[in-house]
Structure formats: C-alpha cells, structure tokens
Design a protein around this ligand. Structure first.
Ligand code: B12
Ligand code: SF4
Length: 449
C-alpha cells in the first residue's frame, strides 16, 4: 500500500513572525512513530511541509495527516484535496483529538489520542477492507513498540534530528495545558521501559539529543535509572522539567552527569495567585531563585517559559517578567499569551462565562489574545508580548543577563547560546538554504557541552 504521512505547515509559515530556524529544529517524530507500524510491503513517505514543498497531484492509497491547533486549517485543506480525488484520508493528532466533531468533516477516518495501538489496528482493517470511521486510542503499551522510522527523515534539513520521547503526557493537571484535553478520560502519563529508551538512544548517531517529553522528570525512579545508564554514553541533551523537580533531591545532578545541559522550565508566572488559579502545583510555593541558582551551580542553562494573560496579570506583567528573567540569568525565554486550547479546563470555563472572543484556531498560536482579559486589552497584550521579546533579546540585556552566572564558563555559554539563537537570523536562513545545518549541529554541541 502507498502511504503518505504529512505534517502540514503551520499557519504562520506565511506570517511576519515566521522563523525558518524554529521550524527546522525537529523532524515529525509522531509520524515516524506511526510509520514504524507499516509493513515491509508498504511504500511509505513522510512529508514535512515546513522544510519541503508538498505535492498534491499524486494518488497514494492512504494519506495520514497530523493536526496541531495552528496547522489544522491547512490540514483540512490538504485532506479535502485528497478526498476529492478519492484517496482515503486519516486524521489524528492533538487538534483532531480535541475537536473530533470538526475534524471528522474532513476525513474518512479519525483516530483519537496516541496512535500506537489504534493505528496498526486501523491499517490492518483498512487492508482487509473493513475499517471503521473512528478509532479511539485504546490501551497503549509502550513496552515493545518499534523504533520510529527516522530513516524516512530528510536529516540534513533539521538542526536537531535526534529528537525523541521516552514518556507521553504528564501526571500534573495545569488548567491551560493540552495534556488535559489530549489524555481526557484515560491515563495522562505513560513511559517506556529503560531498555527500550537506551536502544533508541543507541540507534541515533551524533552526540546531542533533545527529549521532547512534556516533563522528563515525571517518573523519578525511571529517570534516575536512565541517567545512571546514560553516564558515560557521551551524550549532551536538553528537555523539559518542572521547578519542584530541581529542588526535591539529587536527580538533577544525575541528569547533569548524564549530559543534561539545558532545561526548558515552565515558570509560567511570577505571581502566586496566577499559579494557583492555573493549578500549576509543581511551581506553587516553590523558590524559583533557589532552583535557578542550583541549576547554575551545576552547569545547566535555562530556557524559561512564561505565560502572559492569567487573570491576575496587570499591564506591567510584560516588563516585570522580563526584568525578572534578566536579573535571574535565564538564558533564553519562550513567552506565550495565555491560549485556551479547546478541551482544556480553562477553555471550558471561559466558554461558560462567554469570555472566548474567537474560535479561529489560526489565532491560537500563543501570540494572539483570543479571550477577554479583565485588565489588559487585546492591543496591549499583543504589543506587550512582542516588546517583551525585543527587550529580553537586546544585546545590552543579553550581556547583563549573562553576567548573572557565578562561573565564567556559564557566562560565556549564555552569551553565545542566547545571541546565536536570536541574533543571527540571516545566518540561520543561509545555513538552511545551503543545507549546512549539520555543520551548525557541531557548534550547538560544543556550546552545550
Ligand atoms: C516538537 C514540538 C514543536 C516543534 C515542531 C513539531 C514537529 N516537527 O513535529 C516546533 C518547535 C516547530 C513547535 C512549534 C509550535 N508548537 Co509545538 N510542540 C512540540 C512538542 C514539544 C513535541 C511534539 C512531538 O513530537 N511529540 C511526540 C510525538 C511522538 O507525539 P505526537 O506528535 O503527538 O504524535 C502522536 C499522537 O499525537 C498521534 N498522532 C499524531 N498525528 C497523527 C496522525 C494520525 C493519522 C494518527 C493516526 C495519529 C496521530 O500518534 C502519535 C504517536 O503517539 C509538543 C508537546 C508534546 N509533548 O507533544 C508541542 C506542541 C504540539 N506545540 C504546541 C504549540 C502551541 C506550538 C506553537 C504554536 C508554539 C509557538 N507559539 O510557537 C508552535 C506552532 C507555531 C504555529 N504558528 O503554528 C502545542 C499544541 C497545542 C495544540 N492543542 O495543538 C503543544 C502540545 C505544546 C503545548 N504543551 O502546548 N512545536
Ligand atoms: S507540568 Fe507542564 S506538561 Fe505537566 S500539566 Fe503542567 S504545563 Fe502540562
């Protein structure tokens, strides 16, 4: 069977915010995971519209499309196009799972939730001509799943082709997070067995890894064992953790010894009332400064993630948060305007109280205000969001921020990493065009190690 997997371009590909390097970071891991369930007799292709042109004039037997909220309209457009020609289209992924009533209008088959159990079942039934129109996630077991088909990636087009996951979801229940809508009704956290994780790490060439898990410290016993095994494997890696996990025990030191060099941390807000209302229990009452200092002493850089627009925010939230991040030596920031994804508790609550002002999913890209805020207008919010980035990444502030580390090595790392990420856009564009990202990978590893 001829099977085409597609990751549609995010809507923003055409917007002034489009940063080619951001969309050349990681290959479509979810689709490679699904591709691993296809048979040897199948002819498979993965097309990532962010890095290549999608041809729509072909006739595969099956088209499988991954939907995120922001690429969903493009996903529907592609799906409609293939269906018109009589090609079978399956939709899955986060957005289709959150709003199946909308997505099912654009496909022959919709698969909800994780695809590891439902996709092979669907494929078998399709080949036998008896497939259903809707597949629920079913019981998923990660113990003996095949490795993702990374051989189908155009590796030279990505800065970090070695992305992987060893867990899915998160045991926490923050009210704004996609986890509560994607894993609705079932378990919200799954992890792989240690041997399977090590096998996957071993299968990837190069030194750096990026764990895309929502929260790599969620299963402490597992990661402690993993980090002990990874010590000596000569890897450097990045991944997302929570504030409490830095302070509770010595897992963070084990992580460093295993090669952990840059932590994505959802600080979300520096206001306790906001953290409480968002049910961000992993941060509530935690000493942020102590966690930051600990990471700095160990030698781990921080990518701090912040949300603007929780209800207790006032107009000064942008400058206060940015100053705080600079004063505390945060290396890079990822800012978001609060975005109530459909299916999350925060969306349901806002819907009930008539606060949602648009359900145009293209605007749900964390750069637009999509609901009524009690203290900040839409214009103020979007301007404040934009200015917060500009302020944080001014050369003078990168310099000031880097000086906040104890060790000279961390100061230099910070300056190089933050500067390279945000200040050399034309260089990144050139590297992408000339397919020289693999060379930049070596520089990334040298900066991280
Ligand atoms: C890597 C990543 C990115 C990468 C690129 C993704 C890529 N190349 O695939 C980059 C950096 C580009 C990115 C960008 C953005 N991202 Co992002 N990203 C992620 C992240 C961390 C990992 C995705 C991943 O690989 N997961 C692991 C794989 C194995 O799982 P999966 O892709 O979900 O696939 C599984 C299932 O979904 C299902 N499945 C998926 N597709 C299909 C299709 C079929 C047919 C079937 C049967 C099943 C199926 O089966 C797969 C196997 O289990 C997720 C968080 C997360 N943990 O998922 C956020 C996430 C997807 N991103 C998100 C967002 C909001 C964004 C941005 C808008 C952020 C921003 N402001 O810039 C942008 C999009 C920009 C835009 N304007 O549209 C949200 C999406 C929310 C939503 N409801 O859609 C998430 C969930 C983060 C979050 N916590 O809120 N992102
Ligand atoms: S800790 Fe992070 S991943 Fe877990 S529910 Fe909260 S926001 Fe989502």
């Amino acid at each position: 069977m001829k099977i085409k997997f597609i990751l549609p371009a995010l809507e923003e590909a055409k917007s002034p915010y489009w940063r080619p390097i951001k969309y050349s970071l990681f290959p479509p891991l979810g689709l490679a995971t699904l591709a691993s369930f296809c048979g040897e007799e199948d002819e498979i292709e993965i097309v990532d519209e962010h890095i290549e042109t999608l041809k729509l004039d072909d006739f595969p037997d099956l088209v499988c499309i991954e939907t995120y909220i922001t690429n969903s309209y493009r996903a529907y457009e592609i799906a409609d196009n293939y269906r018109k020609k009589g090609v079978t289209v399956a939709l899955g992924g986060l957005h289709a799972t959150s709003v199946p009533y909308e997505a099912k209008k654009h496909c022959d088959v919709i698969l909800l939730g994780l695809g590891e159990s439902s996709f092979p079942k669907f494929l078998k039934e399709l080949k036998e001509g008896r497939n259903k129109k809707i597949y629920n996630q079913g019981d998923v077991c990660f113990d003996s799943i095949p490795l993702p088909r990374r051989d189908l990636f155009k590796n030279d087009k990505y800065l970090v082709p070695n992305s992987m996951v060893f867990s899915r979801g998160c045991p926490n229940k923050c009210s704004f997070c996609y986890v509560s809508s994607f894993y609705k009704g079932g378990k919200s956290y799954y992890s792989y067995k240690i041997d399977r994780i090590l096998e996957e790490i071993d299968s990837m060439k190069g030194r750096n890894l990026y764990f895309l898990d929502d929260n790599i410290f969620a299963n402490k016993n597992l990661v402690r064992q993993l980090f002990k095994e990874m010590k000596g494997m000569n890897r450097v890696f990045q991944g997302a953790i929570t504030v409490d996990s830095v302070l509770n025990d010595d897992t963070i030191e084990l992580a460093y010894e295993a090669g952990f060099r840059s932590a994505f941390i959802g600080f979300e807000s520096i206001n306790q009332i906001n953290l409480k209302s968002a049910n961000k229990l992993s941060n509530l009452g935690q000493d942020y400064q102590k966690a930051i200092k600990r990471l700095d002493e160990i030698g781990i850089m921080i990518n701090g993630s912040f949300i603007f627009g929780l209800d207790d925010d006032k107009k000064d939230v942008f400058s206060r948060t940015t100053e705080w991040a600079i004063d505390n030596g945060i290396t890079t920031v990822t800012n978001h305007i609060l975005t109530p994804y459909p299916g999350t508790p925060i969306f349901e609550e806002m819907k009930k109280t008539n606060r949602i002002v648009t359900e145009d999913w293209r605007k749900y890209d964390t750069r637009h205000l999509t609901f009524n805020h009690p203290n900040i207008t839409k214009e103020e919010m979007e301007k404040g969001y934009k200015e917060s980035y500009e302020e944080f990444y001014k050369w003078s502030n990168i310099f000031k921020d880097s000086k906040n580390h104890e060790e000279l090595k961390m100061k230099l790392k910070h300056f190089t990493y933050a500067g390279a990420w945000k200040k050399f856009e034309p260089v990144w564009n050139f590297l992408i065009k000339t397919e020289m990202l693999p060379k930049a990978r070596r520089v990334l590893v040298n900066t991280l190690k």
